[in-house]
Unconditional design. Structure first.
Length: 553
């Protein structure tokens, strides 16, 4: 994990860490506090023990990120302390940091996880004050500030990482529910990216920068078609952040003719993946071997204008993608052929007539489940006196379609109205759309956005908001790693530092008293290297609440 850094690299990494954290929170929280006893005491060494061990290193980094993004100041302003026992701003920090370090449900956080961390010391939240009801009410208090937080992030991330918002990547995913979600009108059955068509879901539209930093997101009904979200998202972003001369990069699921016409006529610029139907119309250009230009070892492109001249088409051909496409197609084709052969055998072995409509329904379901290979075969049901079923299947290979699949494997088409860009610039920009896809993968896998257990619409929205904030911390830590030459896997860093614990050292004295010191365990060699690279200095001692001190000294 540790890459080499020369002297300049170490100075740059430390300067970046200082700029990121500002070291604002360390002195006030962790200045050494002497126990309220004389400085010299005789200890019964054999009775010295440790109590109250807690995860410290990972949540401490999470708090550093929280402060680096100035969320402490922001949420204190948005949710000023009132009559509540625990300020909502601190509760928001606890929920987001735990989602980053050890993602789980609010119920599990209240019952188990919070007391396993040092967040009670770091945030000043008494352990007994954290319960599921308070966390749910914390979600309710957090949600109304979504738009203000997004505006704050645009400014703060721009300051920290010199981000330009001239190019935005937009994509949509879905996440599913456990339970019926009857109290959430947005929860509907729809196209599931999680391969759970049996579960209700919501769709999440996410806008990220070219570096993968999230700018904003919206939650839509679970059956909302991707193409219907484009106009709403573009106008929402422009209303919230201004109608700058941006370039929108989107996948082919957004590229309906109506959307492209609206973007063009309204003067907006775009780079969008074209539909498979558009690619099919380029069959002759795919076959022709001239005019291809190699822009990478395994990628060739061919650029040509649209018929109207209003757009530029970029036909791309990837050797790596070609092998993947062929393997996927063959897998679906093999499965479909096996299912059809199985149906044929059942018809041959049947001992009584079989209803023809039921057979056609079965074939329809097979073709639907194997849609990628459905056109490879021409399937028909015809009468037969040779079998008791009275029916037989006729399956023929569609040679023309198979030939087209062979030619088109690894090919995809881009459409753009951006003028003056080279084919390499267009292709590289479109490939950055993987940043949006990576954002979804991180939120679903590393931050456990799915499945959603909440049933109320507002709680679902708040759950997604917490995951969004945790992802912002994740991306900030990722950039911190990159500057420190520590790779780009935040989970590796967090898992390693979770082994750094805090604990109470109990020192029994010969006169019957017990001295309690709340200390941070010294990191191991690997952990110390990580902390040094990140420019993080752990405190040696933590402040013990006065009530605890009085009871144990």
């Amino acid at each position: 994990m540790l890459g080499k850094l020369d002297a300049k690299g170490r100075r740059d990494a430390r300067a970046f860490a200082d700029r990121l954290t500002g070291r604002r929170f360390q002195p006030s929280l962790f200045e050494p506090v002497e126990p309220a006893v004389e400085s010299v005491a005789t200890i019964r060494v054999k009775d010295v023990r440790l109590e109250r061990t807690r995860r410290f290193g990972d949540v401490y980094v999470g708090l550093a990120l929280w402060h680096a993004l100035q969320f402490d100041k922001l949420f204190h302003r948005l949710m000023p302390p009132g009559r509540e026992d625990v300020p909502w701003s601190l509760l928001a920090a606890a929920m987001v940091i735990c989602r980053l370090c050890m993602p789980s449900s609010e119920l599990h956080l209240a019952e188990v996880l919070f007391r396993q961390t040092a967040l009670d010391d770091l945030l000043g939240i008494p352990e007994e004050k954290v319960n599921d009801d308070r966390l749910y009410r914390g979600l309710d208090a957090l949600l109304p500030h979504k738009e203000a937080v997004e505006k704050h992030l645009r400014s703060r991330l721009g300051e920290l990482f010199n981000i330009d918002y001239d190019l935005l990547l937009y994509d949509v995913t879905s996440t599913y529910f456990e339970g019926l979600a009857k109290r959430n009108p947005q929860a509907k059955l729809g196209y599931s990216r999680d391969h759970r068509p049996d579960c209700k879901q919501v769709c999440i539209a996410l806008v990220v920068t070219r570096e993968g930093f999230p700018l904003a997101y919206e939650v839509f009904d679970g059956n909302r078609a991707d193409t219907t979200t484009v106009k709403e998202i573009v106008e929402t972003i422009e209303k919230r952040f201004g109608a700058a001369d941006r370039i929108w990069v989107m996948d082919r699921g957004m590229g309906s003719e109506a959307n492209l016409e609206w973007l063009r006529t309204s003067g907006r610029r775009y780079l969008i993946g074209a539909s498979k139907a558009e690619l099919r119309r380029c069959e002759q250009r795919i076959i022709e071997e001239h005019d291809w230009k190699r822009i990478r070892e395994d990628v060739e492109v061919k650029v040509f204008p649209s018929e109207s001249g209003a757009e530029t088409y970029v036909l791309c051909r990837s050797e790596t993608r070609r092998e993947k496409d062929k393997a996927i197609f063959e897998r679906f084709a093999t499965r479909l052929k096996d299912r059809l052969d199985s149906l044929q055998r059942r018809l041959q072995k049947a001992k009584s007539p079989v209803d023809r409509d039921r057979v056609n329904q079965q074939i329809g379901r097979m073709l639907s489940r194997h849609s990628r290979a459905a056109k490879k075969f021409k399937v028909s049901v015809r009468e037969s006196k040779a079998h008791a079923s009275g029916l037989e299947l006729k399956v023929q290979e569609n040679v023309g379609w198979s030939k087209w699949v062979e030619q088109a494997s690894g090919c995809y088409l881009l459409r753009s109205n951006v003028a003056g860009w080279s084919e390499q610039e267009l292709w590289q920009t479109y490939i950055q759309l993987t940043q949006a896809e990576a954002a979804f993968r991180t939120q679903k896998s590393d931050l456990d956005m799915r499945p959603i257990w909440h049933q109320r619409e507002d709680r679902v929205q708040a759950h997604i908001f917490v995951c969004f904030l945790a992802f912002v911390l994740w991306k900030t830590l990722e950039q911190w790693q990159v500057h420190a030459n520590l790779g780009n896997s935040p989970r590796t860093i967090l898992d390693e530092l979770s082994g750094v614990q805090s604990a109470d050292v109990i020192l029994p004295t010969i006169d019957g008293r017990q001295l309690r010191l709340r200390c941070v365990v010294r990191p191991g060699a690997a952990q110390a290297h990580l902390l040094d690279r990140l420019g993080i200095e752990l405190p040696k001692r933590l402040r013990i609440p006065e009530g605890v001190q009085e009871a144990t000294v």
